[in-house]
Design a protein around this ligand. Structure first.
Ligand SMILES: Cc1ncc(COP(=O)(O)O)c(C=O)c1O
Length: 387
């Protein structure tokens, strides 16, 4: 006998919704782009402004936020705080890692998929000037089969670069398989997990990931200005990024202008003064997610994704990407004409979707209800019918 899917998550949905003021006026369905503000993330930003206003500078407390935010991020992915480096964007993190890689030997190939968020492919392409050779795992039928990587990964491969959840259609990649395959050839696995952290459980150790990057403004409930990179402990000592600065040193406050020592942990990738206010928000967003628990969130996302897909098909909408909820993120894409225009029209009717290229993405999160999903689908169907 099949049991019916749950109609509510395992956590207190109403209590969590009461901390998102935007829900009073809108149905946010754009977590694949920017999460809504919560009372906790707002309070965190205000706390920073208060300490700045009241004490002029509260440096020790501010720097402690760096550690706390890294610790929350590490807990989220099963890593240690000292394996986490801080950046302002995924682009910057990827560039810093690239600067630490050596492309002068025979092992100088980077294998990356055509479905990556463009910034990642672009950073790798920029390394061709330094000797790297980029090869592309092809997208077929809208997906990147891990077998596509098999065609390119060999003993000349330095790095395999993969996305955990694809930004356009929400498909999930099999990271454990890619890690095993990369390691068979002594290559390293770099993962862009921006579309999955906070939505899909990730354990970097169990998966065998070497590097993992993510920003905070999607399912981690943060804002722009902060990104993190996990660097597997065993790799740290041999990496010397040329994108660097005083926060990458053993003791930044030693102020030794003529010495370039390297922090023994992943903070060797840190560069300049951290984006403190953004870190307050990032830390508060991460705490929300870690407190609810990503497994609990994922279970509810699967219910919401099922409703999005079945409800979309019932309304005659064209799903773009996987329809099996086990193989996708919380984001479901629908093919439309003029996605930017559809987004504007939907916003005018109280639903915030995310337009990207040929699709409208509907990406609920832990606070979303089945009614939110139905409302979003009704509005999308009515807007597209009129166009
Ligand atoms: C999967 C993925 N990677 C990277 C980015 C962009 O990263 P950043 O703007 O922090 O460089 C995005 C979206 O903004 C994304 O969805």
């Amino acid at each position: 006998m099949h049991s019916l899917p749950p109609t509510a998550p395992t956590y207190d949905l109403d209590a969590l919704r009461s901390h998102i003021p935007l829900l009073k006026s809108m149905v946010p369905m754009n977590n694949c782009s920017q999460a809504p503000q919560t009372t906790a993330t707002r309070a965190a930003a205000e706390f920073y402004l208060e300490t700045w206003n009241e004490s002029g500078m509260d440096w020790d407390e501010w720097i402690d936020q760096v550690r706390r935010a890294k610790t929350e991020f590490a807990a989220l992915i099963g890593a240690s705080t000292d394996e986490i480096a801080l950046f302002s964007s995924v682009s910057e993190a990827t560039s810093a890692l690239a600067s630490a890689l050596d492309f002068t030997g025979t092992r100088r190939k980077i294998v990356v998929s055509e479905a990556e968020f463009p910034t990642v492919g672009q950073v790798w392409l920029a390394q061709e000037k330094r000797g790297a050779r980029v090869q592309w795992a092809a997208v077929r039928d809208g997906a990147v089969d891990p077998c596509e990587y098999d065609l390119h990964v060999d003993r000349e491969t330095l790095l395999v670069s993969a996305c955990h959840g694809y930004y356009l259609d929400g498909a999930l990649q099999d990271l454990a398989r890619l890690a095993a395959q990369a390691h068979t050839h002594d290559a390293l696995l770099f993962v862009d997990a921006y579309q999955t952290l906070g939505a899909v459980p990730v354990d970097v150790k169990a998966l065998g990931v070497d590097f993992l990057v993510s920003g905070n403004l999607k399912y981690l409930m943060g804002m722009p200005g902060v990104a993190f990179m996990y660097v597997r402990r065993e790799l740290i000592e041999r990496l010397h990024p040329t994108v660097t600065g005083w926060f990458g040193r053993v003791d930044p406050f030693a102020f030794k202008v003529n010495a370039l020592d390297w922090s023994p942990n992943a903070s060797r990738f840190d560069a300049g003064t951290p984006p403190i206010i953004n870190l307050y928000v990032a830390r508060a967003g991460l705490e929300i997610i870690n407190e609810i628990g990503v497994s609990n969130i994922r279970a509810w996302h699967e219910v919401l994704a099922h409703r999005l897909i079945s409800g979309g098909l019932e309304r005659g909408l064209a799903v773009f990407g996987p329809t099996d909820v086990a193989h996708k993120t919380a984001s479901t894409a629908f093919l439309v004409h003029d996605s930017a225009g559809v987004e504007v029209a939907m916003r005018a009717q109280g639903v915030i979707p995310s337009a990207r290229g040929p699709v409208i993405r509907l990406a609920p999160h832990y606070y979303s209800t089945l009614d939110d999903v139905d409302t979003a689908l009704d509005v999308l169907a009515s807007v597209t019918r009129k166009r």
